[in-house]
Write a protein that binds this ligand. Structure first.
Ligand SMILES: [Zn+2]
Length: 257
């Protein structure tokens, strides 16, 4: 296994475990019960998705390697290696913003992405709750996008290593001082920002799409904050997606006895 890949797994797991423990002692929403059961549901979905992601990762490494013969994207620019890598990381994060926004704005994609939003108890495990169809579409679209950018598998691993702890953090139910949130959201999407993204109110959940950087939401007018988040309803209202209720029931059938 590649060193970067091993490091990415270690950071993902360690950050998730630390945040999970912190949620127990410093929760933002203090009414959370049955945390273990809640985590088991979300991690079951993550297990299905991992079975899709592991083989596509190997295919991705091969496709990116082969594509360099005909197209090098950012790698063909005559700039230092570090600048190439930073530009690639920025472009991948921009694509993540665009893809997330499309999942909200295209009705067909929202049918699957709404499974992520259907979690009524936002915490670190929500970062891993996705419908497998969304994962398949996301992976299929990454091939042409990453080839166009000129990324190689090391750039993608580096991006994943940086981005994953950020998405785990902004989904987490950890309470952090408001000055720290204000300071951090200059660079990354913070828990306060991302809680607005999980509001049941559509105009609120159609905001704060950023994965690793908050820059794109500021740039494209989707940055949003809200007062009194502690009283905010999280998840989906029945009328916001009846389709989602059916899909989720179908998806969870294998996990029921
Ligand atoms: Zn979303």
């Amino acid at each position: 296994m590649d060193n970067l890949q091993a490091l990415s797994y270690i950071i993902t797991f360690t950050a998730a475990l630390l945040l999970w423990l912190l949620e127990g002692v410093l929760p933002f929403f203090s009414d959370r019960k049955h945390r273990g059961k809640h985590a088991a549901v979300n991690l079951s979905l993550a297990g299905v998705n991992l079975a899709i992601l592991l083989p596509t990762g190997i295919l991705m490494a091969f496709a990116l390697e082969q594509s360099k013969v005909v197209w090098q994207g950012v790698k063909s620019l005559e700039i230092p290696f570090v600048s190439q890598t930073l530009l690639i990381i920025l472009l991948i994060d921009l694509w993540m913003y665009v893809w997330h926004r499309l999942n909200h704005e295209v009705g067909f994609l929202w049918r699957f992405h709404s499974v992520h939003h259907s979690d009524p108890s936002l915490d670190v495990t929500t970062a891993w709750r996705f419908h497998y169809v969304e994962i398949v579409f996301s992976e299929l679209l990454r091939f042409p996008v990453f080839i166009l950018i000129g990324a190689n598998i090391h750039d993608i691993l580096l991006y994943s290593l940086l981005m994953t702890p950020v998405i785990e953090f902004h989904h987490s139910n950890v309470s952090i001082p408001s000055f720290a949130d204000r300071f951090l959201r200059v660079i990354i999407p913070t828990p306060l920002m991302h809680r607005v993204h999980h509001s049941v109110i559509r105009s609120e959940h159609d905001s704060n799409y950023g994965s690793m950087l908050s820059l794109w939401d500021r740039l494209f007018g989707s940055f949003r904050l809200k007062q009194n988040i502690k009283n905010m309803a999280i998840g989906l209202s029945n009328e916001s997606s009846p389709e989602q209720q059916r899909l989720f029931a179908l998806l969870m059938r294998p996990f029921r006895n």
